[in-house]
Design a protein. Structure first.
Length: 559
């Protein structure tokens, strides 16, 4: 699961940051203050065979030997080979590159190569250079070693156009041939999933669609990002995306207009002059209502980007369907294999093992494949088991697969994603993301009720979980997708929140946590039932009529 800090940088005003999630998140922040670990349990205590099998996968994948499985490292490659071997043992056919289980994913890290130059030319008066670290920090452009712009600047609020929800920052604003400037945070649209979908990528694509030539972010109070001062300290940290053939960045980082700089409040004031006071005042309101403002002058920008190649792999296995009319259609079950590696500084244990995030999701994926094989009943549709790389870098492996699928994209009818089930309590409910937007909803409800629990709404809509995991890359291709978690009813609420506060993306996410492996078996069973019903149904899933995401991304199944 991508960290919320990383997601916030992407959804609000990201700078050079190492995904959906949205495009590459920043590298880990400095080591946090020590936290108390959950009481350790004996990882070798005897268990029933189905529980022991799950624990065995996690014992290996979350071991210190794999050093946190960071994408682009040898440690991740070892984990990928392990999953490939398990897919073989489960009877899956290789469905990666050229008859192999692995799909090679070319990666590239990119970072700002120098401090760049920004110069403001007011309509009246002398041009002035903006100050690095005080007025601005440069952002790397994943598509080019050098980026230059010289254009007028227009402030466009949050940069969000959602007229169907009563909000359009572009209303009455012409940005053709101009640089757009937008603030962090997001407008209140009354729908958490829709609101979360306005990531940086989405805003930059909207700017491009309207004819803009570039973008800059502005640090304003109320944004979800860490603020200009924190960003200025790590302006040259590397980010990651999948690589284009020429060695520059492709994927999410290469969509939309280039975002070339982040401006501080002081820097923005130099551009917008007397209008800045009104912008700043609006930002202080509980629900900011911005208006478009054209700055009186032109901004010239020159930035440089350095690139370094890396390689990783998705792991892909196929269980062929048997129905003559349906076997060419494919249900995808996905989970991310990577984690965040080793903290670059600090003392003591610095390995982020990623037991719950997401070794246990991969263990669930493997055990689900074995359950299909053991059922004695082949599915009618084919099922593709997909372990992806670089989720923690911005859903990069899933995006690469969606752009370079090893089966025809229009054959994929649904994705069921397995990411970070927090199995530290006996779950009394489940939370689902995305199901009610398509005909997957009734299927999910039936599967969840088979476990003796019911569905409950997302208790943390501000966390924007819907766009922070790999299923969203399938949503963006028009494919109905779902993502389930054990819910927070009863004792689950405290256990879930405690994990997020103490061990999420930290070295204490280890197999020695008090993981309830019987709950892992329940989790596998629910997801197996979902996949089984999708695979055996007479009709493929479709979006509900008029659904926002089905309409927005208009895939082959959208109504």
């Amino acid at each position: 699961m991508r960290s919320f800090l990383r997601f916030a940088l992407l959804a609000a005003v990201p700078v050079v940051a190492a995904a959906q999630s949205a495009p590459p998140p920043p590298p880990p922040a400095p080591a946090p203050a020590p936290v108390s670990k959950p009481a350790a349990v004996d990882p070798f205590a005897p268990l029933p065979p189905d529980q022991a099998a799950m624990r065995a996968h996690v014992l290996f994948l979350a071991s210190d030997a794999l050093r946190g499985r960071e994408a682009g490292t040898h440690d991740y490659d070892v984990a990928a080979q392990y999953v490939a071997a398990q897919f073989y043992a489960a009877g899956l056919r290789p469905a990666g590159d050229a008859g192999a289980y692995l799909q090679r994913v070319p990666l590239v890290t990119y970072r700002a190569a120098d401090k760049g130059k920004l110069r403001w030319k007011p309509a009246r008066g002398r041009a002035k250079a903006l100050k690095f670290g005080t007025d601005y920090v440069p952002l790397a452009d994943a598509r080019a070693a050098t980026t230059t712009l010289d254009a007028p600047v227009v402030f466009v609020g949050h940069g969000v156009s959602a007229p169907q929800f009563g909000h359009d920052d572009y209303a009455g604003v012409d940005v053709r041939g101009k640089i757009v400037a937008f603030a962090g945070g997001a407008p209140d649209l009354g729908n958490g999933e829709v609101q979360a979908s306005f990531t940086r990528d989405a805003r930059l694509r909207e700017a491009q669609r309207r004819g803009a030539v570039g973008a800059v972010g502005i640090d304003l109070a109320g944004g979800r990002g860490p603020g200009f001062a924190a960003l200025a300290k790590r302006w040259d940290r590397p980010a990651m995306t999948w690589a284009a053939p020429d060695g520059t960045g492709g994927g999410p980082a290469a969509r939309g207009v280039p975002m070339v700089a982040m401006l501080s409040a002081d820097g923005a004031a130099k551009l917008f002059g007397a209008d800045w006071a009104g912008i700043a005042a609006a930002a202080r309101e509980p629900k900011p209502a911005f208006r478009g403002v054209a700055a009186a002058g032109r901004l010239s920008v020159a930035t440089a980007t350095a690139f370094a190649a890396a390689t990783s792999s998705n792991v892909v296995g196929l269980l062929p369907g048997t129905d003559p009319a349906l076997k060419e259609e494919v249900v995808v079950l996905s989970a991310h294999l990577d984690h965040i590696g080793v903290d670059p500084s600090g003392e003591g244990d610095r390995i982020n093992n990623g037991a719950l995030d997401n070794a246990i999701g991969i263990a669930s994926l493997i055990e689900e494949a074995k359950r299909f094989a053991a059922s004695g009943k082949p599915p009618r549709r084919s099922i593709l088991f997909l372990a992806v790389t670089a989720e923690e870098k911005g859903l990069i492996g899933a995006d690469y697969f969606a752009a370079h699928p090893t089966v025809a994209l229009d054959r994929i009818v649904a994705d069921v994603n397995l990411d970070m089930p927090v199995l530290l309590y006996r779950f009394e409910d489940m939370t689902v993301f995305g199901a009610e937007r398509s005909t997957l909803g009734p299927i999910v409800r039936r599967a969840v009720r088979s476990a003796g629990v019911d569905l409950t709404p997302d208790k943390d809509p501000d966390q924007a979980f819907f766009v922070r995991s790999d299923h969203y890359r399938f949503v963006e291709r028009g494919i109905p997708s779902v993502f389930l978690w054990p819910g927070q009813k009863g004792a689950g609420g405290k256990a879930f929140q405690d994990f997020l506060k103490t061990c999420y993306h930290r070295p204490c996410d280890e197999v020695t946590q008090p993981i309830l492996w019987d709950q892992g078996v329940r989790f596998v069973d629910v997801n197996y039932r979902i996949a089984r019903e999708i695979a055996d149904a007479d009709r493929r899933p479709v979006w509900n009529k008029g659904d926002y995401f089905g309409t927005l991304y208009g895939g082959p199944m959208a109504k």
